[in-house]
Design a protein around this ligand. Sequence first.
Ligand code: URA
Length: 265
Amino acid sequence: MAKTVRLDKFLADAGAGTRSEVKKFMQKGQVQVNGVTVKRPEQKVQPQDEVVLAGDIVCMAPEFEYYILHKPAGCVTATEDTRDKTVMEYVPSSRKGLFPVGRLDKDTEGLLLITNDGALAHELLSPVKHVEKTYYAVVSGIVTQEDVCAMEEGVDIGEEKRTLPARMEIICAVENISGEKNIPPQEQVDVPVRLDEAVPYSEIYLTICEGKFHQVKRMMEAVGKKVLYLRRISMGPLQLPKDLQRGCCRLLTKEEIAALKAHEK
Ligand code: URA
C-alpha cells in the first residue's frame, strides 16, 4: 500500500524545517507538488509525487531512522529534561518520535541506539529476548577468577532472583600505580579516571543479557568492587565503532540495520 502523508509532515520529516516553518514556506507559495503550487499543509502526498521547495526537489524521508550515539558522560538518557542535557541534543535530526533504546546512567558512556522504530526497540529491550550488552569497566580492587565464576552463576543484587549468567573477562588487575594517570586504554578512546596511588584497580569486559537499573554497578558491588568508569561497547550485533568519538552520532549503515533486524527475529 502506498504511504500517504500530509505535505507539512513530509517536509518536516525530510528536514526542511519544523511544521510551522514549512507551513510558512507554503503560505509564501514556495512549495509545489507535481508542478502545482500548494498552500494547504494537510494536502496528502505519496512517494511518487515530486515535491519542490524553493526550487529544490525534496525526497521523502525513510519511515524509520536509526542513529548510533557515543554517549558522553554528563547527559541523561531521556527525550526531555528540565535540568540536564539529554542524549537527544547530540542527534543530528529534528525528526519527531526519535527516542533512545534503553538507558545508560548519566555517568556512563558508550553505545546508544536512537530510533523512531518502536517495534525494533521493543524487541531489543524485551526481557525474554536476552539481547547481550557488553560493557568495558574500570573498577576498584582486584577482580579474580572467583568473581568471574560468580558472574557466570549469577549474583544477588537485591532483587527477587539472582542475575542471569553473565560473562566477565579480566583485561588487567593492577595492585597499585604511582600517582594519578589516565589508564592506558584497552579501548581506543581515552578513559578519564583518576586513580589514587597504591589503590588496586582492574579493567574488565562484562556481558549481560538483562537491563536492570544500574545493573553492572550493582553486579560489581555484589563482588565487592566499585565501578569507576563504565562504557557500553556493544548491544546485540551492534558495536561501538572505534572511530566514533564521544558526543558523536551518525546514521546506522545499511549493514548495521540489517544485522539488527536479523537479530530481532
Ligand atoms: N549498568 C549500569 O550500572 N549502568 C549503566 O549505565 C548501564 C548498565
